[in-house]
Design a protein around this ligand. Sequence first.
Ligand code: GLP
Length: 244
Amino acid sequence: NVFPNAPAAARKVADDIATLIRDRAEKGKSCVLGLATGSTPVGIYAELVRLHKEEGLSFANVVTFNLDEYYPMQPNELQSYVRFMHEHLFDHIDIPAENVHIPDGTVPADQVAEYCQKYEEKIAEVGGIDIQLLGIGRTGHIGFNEPGSDETSRTRLITLDTVTRTDAASDFFGAENVPRRAITMGVGTILNAWKIYILAFGENKAQIVARTVEGEQHPGVPATYLQQHRNVEMLLDPAAATEL
Ligand code: GLP
């Protein structure tokens, strides 16, 4: 779906999320959200905060799992995804602290594999992810599933692509400061979600959007695996849709 602009796309996704949260709350059930970072979902979070403050949308029944985190990364560092999520969403809504899950960039190296398996188990314990939000990196990564990630991959430690580290350079005041690794949910973890929204805005995403939609499914562009999902929606602004 091509929207007139990014805020219009963000409002649509936020409205869908709010509808599901309210529907589940009426039934006394929880709503499990898979959340993304980066500039792309910021408008969705702003709209959810507005719905909470102005329309009384409660997040008391919401459970969240974030896609990824740099490794290593302290939660209070400027670039941490923990900090990002608190600044953009969690500090402004009534979600119970114990319902929030973000991969921990401080886990000792020899315990990361076990930690990642537990992350998967926690997702399974709550019945899986209802709505998964995704941005897309210029390498075709979703979460931090860089080229080479296949459709069965699960939560794990990965090595970041040079393109991704270059794109993150300004956040870290230089590419040399960008961590070389990250913890990310796998492509397989993402594909297990009931509904997926992938958003991309701006002309610098146009080429990878076209490869994601029109290219063959291939680990060289992990986002192409979304083609096999039965309930995925891509939301673009006109600039991101120019190569389609
Ligand atoms: C990072 C995140 C991804 C995100 C991507 C695109 O690599 N780990 O989840 O999709 O950046 O970022 P942006 O939305 O800022 O373009």
